[in-house]
Every structure is written in C-alpha cells, then in structure tokens.
Design a protein around this ligand. Structure first.
Ligand code: ADP
Ligand code: MG
Length: 218
C-alpha cells in the first residue's frame, strides 16, 4: 500500500558526466517522489538515463544540479545491479547473508535469514552452490533474495530481467515483488520491456535523459 511517507525526493535533479564539449547530460532536471509501498517502473530504451536516475536515487551519484533528498539510511536501500553482483568466492547462502553480516548480525542468525529469503524466491536448493555454478536467471533470483534478507525500505533494481528470457525474467520479477511485499519496501525497477513494466503499479517513461510526465504513457 502506498503511503504518504516520502522516502526519496528528486527536485529538478540533473546528472551530467564530463565537461565542456564532452559533457553528456544523463538526467535532465527530474522531479520524482518515491513513497513507502510504491511499485514504480522506469521504462526507456538503452541510453535513456535509467541507470543514472537509479544511481541518483540510491546516492551512488550526486546531482550536478537540483537536489535529491532521502529519509533513509544507507542500509535502508537495497540495490539489485544490472548484471552480475554476486561475490564469486562466497556460496549462494553466504552471498545472501552478506548484508546482514555487514551490519553485525550474528552469523547463525544471518544464515537462517538468508535461507528463509532463498526459500521465498524458490532458490533454497541453490544455497551451497557457488555463483559460477548457477545460471544468470538463478543469480538474479539470488540477488532478489539478498535484498529480501536485508529487508530495506527501498529496493532499486536496475534492469533485473535485462538478459533473461521471458519466463525466467517473470520469475525474477516475482521474486522482487515478493521481497517488496514481504518487507513492505518501495520497489523501483528500470526496464526497456513493456511486459516487465506492466507488472508494476506505476510506470514512468524516460527518453534522452528526460523523465516523462506521468500522463505520457511510455
Ligand atoms: P540507461 O541505463 O537507460 O541505458 P544510462 O543512465 O546508463 O542509461 O546512460 C545515460 C547516458 O549517460 C548515456 O548517454 C551514457 O552513455 C551516459 N553515461 C552513463 N554513465 C556514464 C559515465 N560514467 N560517464 C560518461 N557517460 C555516462
Ligand atoms: Mg542502464
């Protein structure tokens, strides 16, 4: 359920890479509010600025102009990156437990939490495998489980289904929606796939670094 609590607010937030003739405006003055319980898809073609916008929301990039305000601590934000993000030397359960171990949860408790999260995304049988022993779709489900275990208040997922076939992508999305529902988190997913966007409650288009107005259907 969306609520009135604003977790992140962008006001005319812009992000430019480089300077002078080489400058690339990745995000033009974007206005956006993410509230508790939101389910938002940011939809646009490759190069339209989706990752840059997500990085602004996460605080991985500072706006070149305008402001991004967060009512969240760093561990209240869970990121699912585009592409591989599992640590090769850790097995799936250890990867999933990592955010908890990093925040000083006792190891046994962190492992139990990780196993429960893996079960929720239908990946319990992968617990003892290394990342190199699982498929891309499985790895994205594990990334969803890791965010579930972390139980952040905001989940930011950057093209989590980008390199997956339709059925596998749908399962990854199921996992992220489960994670968000289970923890009560807001969920923002970037995608170029209208079928993925359709699974979220609200859609905002992006074109050439511009976040389209809500009524401009992507
Ligand atoms: P999307 O995620 O929609 O594919 P990006 O946010 O990755 O789009 O990129 C938006 C624009 O910003 C593109 O033109 C891209 O080349 C440029 N860009 C992204 N990251 C950087 C960077 N670190 N340095 C320079 N240009 C970048
Ligand atoms: Mg991207």
């Amino acid at each position: 359920m969306p609520s009135d609590e604003v977790l992140v607010s962008c006001a005319d937030a812009a992000l430019t890479f480089g300077r002078g003739a080489q400058a690339v405006v990745a995000v033009h003055g974007a206005d956006l509010e993410i509230r508790a319980g939101d389910r938002l898809a940011v939809v646009g073609p490759s190069g339209s600025g989706k990752s840059s916008l997500l990085h602004l929301l996460a605080g991985l990039e500072q706006p070149t102009s305008g402001t991004v305000t967060r009512a969240l601590g760093p561990y209240d934000i869970g990121l699912v990156f585009q592409g591989d993000s599992l640590i090769p030397a850790l097995d799936v359960a250890e990867n999933t437990a990592l955010p908890l171990v990093l925040t000083d949860r006792p190891e046994g408790e962190a492992r139990l939490c990780a196993l429960a999260a893996l079960a929720l995304v239908d990946a319990a049988d992968l617990a003892d495998r290394l990342p190199e022993e699982i498929s891309g779709g499985q790895a994205q489900r594990v990334a969803a489980a890791r965010v579930l275990a972390q139980a952040p208040r905001l989940i930011l997922a950057d093209e989590p289904t980008g390199r997956l076939d339709h059925a596998t992508g749908a399962r990854v999305l199921d996992a992220l929606l489960t994670a968000a529902d289970h923890t009560g988190a807001a969920l923002v997913v970037t995608t170029h796939d209208p079928a993925v966007a359709a699974r979220l409650t609200v859609r905002r288009g992006m074109r050439d670094g511009r976040l389209l107005a809500p009524e401009e259907v992507p």
